[in-house]
Design a protein around this ligand. Structure first.
Ligand SMILES: Nc1ncnc2c1ncn2[C@@H]1O[C@H](COP(=O)(O)OP(=O)(O)OP(=O)(O)O)[C@@H](O)[C@H]1O
Length: 626
């Protein structure tokens, strides 16, 4: 390890981030202060945690704090903390590279799509680099806790591609970040301006943020604390304004937008803890990839930050939640492994899950518009809960929203309760259809008979729907059924009529079976069709065809299974087949009945060119006047 002065190049991605940050964050430039203070606060949190094992690290300077000061003549602004500090290697690793995989993915996507929302950059821990929005040179002097004064290091860069490192004496542990402000950034050299920024963005920081006391506009040698210096979630709700909650949310999540809603609770009893849980308004850019890499819910134990424990404190289907849980009872030396199987943690997890579901319930009832925003951002994630959380299935089901044959457009706005409220007298089943698009679902021939009877059908076209529906077989005592699967029951009169039409069509059904052979499992007279000539149906427990295709494409071994073809004997094409004497023409007609059912269902035909030729032959050979 080198201890002398050296100059190094930033990793290529850092240069890219620096460029982006300085260009895209300019309209929010004052957030640099929030970011630096938030890093300083994290450093204090880390020290407090590590001091559990090394109390001597804290002993000589036990009051953790963050000092903000400036020197107007030198045009510098400094943020100092007496937290954990960094050694030379950590400075290189933390301020010379991009550690976060989210940031890397974001940069990759930018390369592919120049228009990606540059405001999102804030969500990926560009924190420190935001200093270069207002500074043309940044100096970081640091000494790690547990090392000596001569182990101090100075890092410096103008943000242009290189940084220098130098060993320096640092009398006390901690980090000082000094910004050499650009010529037109003098506003950050004024006490009132800095104070107002601290109180706007950083009031909730749990450590004292101090500034030199000013007398008649002149800074004195005396420090005074300028924030509330108590962790926001420990304060009574009655003292907190919406704005306080929103500011805390933003510094927690790096989101530029307000949270949609939140829930702040203190639980007392045989388990004491406080939770503050937020629902963001939109998904971060790389959210859907994030199942395996979850963060955003911080675990504190008696105000000491322990770790991000999103995975332990909430189920995966609530991974959009951001916030804080502060437990009074867990042991401070808790590890990730212990958290995984701790009964207290399990109870906290149960309680947090319930809080979030309560919050969503309330939002759905009181603020439908906000709920629609939530649903479009995170609805498909919440759906995972139907399969994963059997204990809360009914509650989650209540929160689901779908498009339907009774609603306008593709927007999912119908709840299962809405559906039940509109059920026809005697209707026992909640009908739905899954397809790979809204149009395919809405236009499916399988719906015709139900539509003709005025029975509502939920239109599901989210990828996860078919999988989810496999677990959602019942709601509020009503069975859910796919309109394209299994037999559709009819009332007595309709049943009689169906029997008669089955008998009348027995010859054409037999002919179709013969002509289509292995291509179909069976041919039946349909109870579903009123307008179209044919459709495909499945057995009750078969997987929907569009899902089979998705799985097959993604490399799953799907055994081939032929579909059941249903026909509408009243349709002119079927009637034509009935009387067609020429076998070649009859074969064309039979295949067309099958192929158009496949097309309507959204399938790719095996031989599209042959289909087109067949179609043209049938059109051109159609008997005149038919
Ligand atoms: N004042 C500080 N004291 C100790 N370490 C620091 C300090 N400031 C930054 N660091 C280290 O540098 C790393 C990079 O900081 P940066 O602000 O770029 O991103 P981050 O804080 O990790 O990400 P995010 O902003 O998403 O939390 C931090 O994770 C931390 O390890």
């Amino acid at each position: 390890m080198s201890t002398t002065a050296e100059t190094r190049k930033f990793e290529a991605e850092v240069a890219q981030v620096l460029h982006l940050v300085t260009h895209s964050l300019y309209s929010h430039k004052e957030i640099f202060l929030r970011e630096l203070i938030s890093n300083a606060s994290d450093a204090c949190d880390k020290l407090r945690f590590e001091a559990l094992a090394h109390p001597e690290w804290l002993a000589d300077d036990a009051e953790l704090r963050i000092d903000v000061s400036f020197d107007a003549a030198a045009r510098t602004l400094s943020v100092h903390d007496n937290g954990i500090g960094m050694d030379r290697d950590e400075l290189v690793a933390n301020l010379g590279t991009i550690a976060s995989s989210g940031t890397r993915r974001y940069l990759e996507s930018l390369a592919a799509d120049k228009k990606a929302d540059s405001r999102l950059i804030g969500q990926f821990g560009v924190g420190f680099y935001s200093a270069f929005v207002v500074a043309d040179r940044v100096t970081v002097t640091s000494r790690r806790a547990g090392t000596s004064a001569s182990d101090g290091v100075r890092w410096e860069s103008d943000g242009q591609g290189e940084y220098s490192l130098e060993s320096v004496e640092v009398p006390k542990r901690g980090t000082t970040v000094t910004l050499h402000l650009k010529a037109d950034e003098s506003e950050f050299l004024e006490t009132w301006k800095l104070r107002s920024l601290v109180s706007r963005y950083s009031d909730h920081i749990g450590f004292p943020i101090r500034m030199p006391k000013a007398v008649d506009g002149e800074a004195t040698a005396e420090w005074e604390t300028v924030n509330s210096a108590s962790a926001l979630w420990t304060r009574p709700k009655s003292e907190l304004k919406d704005e306080d909650y929103q500011n805390f949310y933003k510094s927690l999540s790096h989101d530029f937008s307000d949270a949609l809603t939140w829930t702040h609770n203190r639980v007392e009893g045989n388990q004491n803890f406080t939770s503050l849980l937020y629902i963001p308004a939109k998904a971060p850019f790389d959210f859907m990839n994030g199942r395996e890499e979850r963060k955003g819910l911080k675990l504190y134990i008696r105000r000491v930050f322990i770790m991000d424990a999103s995975e332990q404190l909430l189920p995966a289907y609530l991974r959009f939640v951001r916030g804080v849980v502060d437990s009074d009872d867990l042991p401070l030396n808790v590890s990730r492994e212990i958290l995984q199987q701790n009964r207290q943690v399990e109870r906290i997890r149960g309680a947090c899950t319930k809080r979030v579901l309560d919050l969503l319930d309330k939002l759905a009832v009181d603020e439908a518009e906000k709920y629609a925003t939530f649903w479009s951002a995170f609805g498909s994630v919440l759906k995972e809960g139907i399969a994963e959380d059997a204990g809360n299935r009914e509650r989650i089901a209540k929160l689901l929203r779908f498009a339907s044959t009774h609603s306008e457009g593709a927007a999912p706005s119908v709840s299962l309760d809405d559906y039940i409220g509109r059920m026809k007298a005697g209707q026992e089943i909640i009908w739905y259809i899954t397809a790979d698009s809204y149009a395919a679902a809405k236009g499916s021939p399988q719906l015709e008979a139900l539509k003709a009877q005025g029975v509502e059908v939920l239109l599901m076209s989210d990828r996860i729907d078919e999988w989810m529906a496999g677990y959602l077989t019942e709601y509020a005592g009503k069975k859910l059924r796919h309109v394209g699967k299994g037999e559709i029951e009819l009332d007595a009169a309709a049943s009689e009529a169906h029997k008669a039409s089955e008998e009348a069509a027995s010859a054409v059904v037999a002919r179709l079976k013969e002509l289509l052979g292995e291509r179909v499992r069976d041919v039946k007279v349909s109870r579903r069709l009123t307008e179209s000539p044919s459709c495909l149906v499945l057995d009750e427990y078969d997987m929907a065809l569009h899902l089979r295709r998705v799985l097959k494409q993604s490399g799953h071994d799907m055994p081939d299974s032929a579909p059941v073809l249903e026909i509408n004997p009243g349709h002119a094409l079927v009637k034509r087949l009935e009387v067609e004497a020429d076998n070649a023409r009859a074969s064309d007609l039979a295949l067309l009945l099958l192929e158009q059912a496949q097309v309507a269902e959204g399938a790719q035909l095996e031989d599209p060119a042959a289909f087109v030729q067949r179609l043209n032959r049938v059109i051109l050979e159609a008997p005149a006047g038919s």
